[in-house]
Design a protein around this ligand. Structure first.
Ligand code: PMV
Length: 359
């Protein structure tokens, strides 16, 4: 598929008004996307676990309008009008208009809510942008009912990517690849694809407990961070390493080797933050409690031999990942030893999930 394959020809139906609702989850990358080219093309491939409980639910209502010169929409979060969300959505609409030419013919009401606490430091852009992209695709499907499921899914992921890169990995589950790499057949820079190879039982219902270390606004946004990879002294090696890590992950996922899995995942997390620390200007998103938690995880793992590991996204929160069969002991450890390092002792229990649903 190329970009132009997502530009529709004339629609077979007309629509006056209607409403669609989707819920879409967040995801956590194992091999991280950090650095992008123009038009939200990733500088390196990434792979993620889709989450199950951290979700955005978005209802999109639409009605035809007379003038088709501008976008017209209103946004609500938890029932409250959110005009400060409008610029980001306006940018998204401008980017996707060529692929959804009906957008200027309707007035949209976007009503959204998250299952996780707002400003928890958990990025809502992956779940939020994927839910919105799916709502727009459901609208397009009503205008063009002949659309195949495969096209619907690819285009929804393609559109979500234009809202927020990692959002394209949230629509399906349970393991998604984004970014062209020889390591994964069918992988694309334009949309996420399901991981196509065998995955060991050990990864079924894999647990992710998210420790909310810092719920404040990030000092440096992901957009700025991605851009700092352009003149970065280690960028080329990092991009190469991401391809290699995807190749290394294949036998790990197949054999269920949890020690190797944890080593690769933790190395990826620290490499992501090392890229931030070695950017110019440099920055640090981890907090002292992030490091306290990492050290506690390491000594607990050393003393028990249990398969507890961590990853980080672009922030201070720690995702603690572990297999379902070790969940009881590890969750006790988290509650007794790690939660004290969280802001207001807040944490979220999640696990690997299977993607978005229409409601
Ligand atoms: O999708 P963005 O632009 O918010 O970037 C997300 C980048 C990381 O979360 C740090 C890594 C990833 O692959 O999700």
């Amino acid at each position: 598929m190329t970009e132009t394959d997502f530009i529709p020809s004339a629609y077979s139906k007309t629509l006056e008004n209607g409403k669609v609702t989707w819920e879409s989850p967040s995801n956590i990358a194992l091999v991280k996307y950090w650095g992008k080219k123009e038009n939200q093309i990733p500088a390196n491939p990434s792979i993620s676990f889709t989450l199950n409980n951290c979700k955005t639910i978005t209802e999109l209502s639409y009605r035809t309008k007379v003038s088709d010169t501008d976008f017209s929409f209103e946004v609500y979060l938890d029932g409250e009008k959110k005009d400060d969300f409008k610029p980001k959505i306006e940018t998204f609409l401008k980017r996707i208009h060529v692929y959804l030419p009906f957008l200027k013919n309707y007035h949209f009401k976007i009503e959204t809510t998250n299952t996780f606490p707002h400003s928890s430091g958990i990025a809502s852009s992956a779940s939020g942008m994927s839910a919105l992209a799916l709502c727009f695709m459901s609208t397009e499907k009503q205008l063009n009912p002949e659309m195949t499921t495969n096209y619907f899914n690819q285009k929804a992921s393609f559109l979500a990517r234009l809202g927020s890169g990692s959002a394209c990995r949230s629509l399906e589950g349970d393991i998604i690849v984004w970014g062209q790499t020889d390591a994964i057949s069918g992988s694309s820079d334009l949309y996420g694809t399901k991981y196509p190879y065998q995955v060991h039982e050990n990864f079924k219902e894999y647990q992710d407990t998210i420790l909310l270390v810092d719920k404040g606004e990030k000092q440096v946004s992901s957009t700025v961070g991605h851009n700092l990879m352009h003149a970065h002294p280690y960028a080329e090696n990092r991009f190469k390493q991401a391809h290699e890590n995807l190749e290394k992950l294949k036998p790990i996922l197949e054999s269920g080797d949890l020690n190797k899995f944890i080593a690769l995942m933790e190395s990826e997390a620290l490499t992501l933050h090392a890229m931030m620390m070695t950017s110019m200007p440099y920055f640090i998103l981890m907090k002292p409690n992030t490091l306290e938690i990492i050290n506690k995880i390491w000594s607990f793992r050393e003393s028990t031999g249990l398969h507890i590991g961590f990853t980080l996204d672009a922030g201070a929160n720690v995702h603690v990942l572990y297999p379902k069969k070790e969940a009881k002991v590890i969750l006790d450890f988290i509650k007794n030893e790690l939660v004290a390092y969280c802001q207001n002792e807040q944490y979220i229990c999640d696990q690997i999930g299977f993607g978005a649903n229409q409601l």
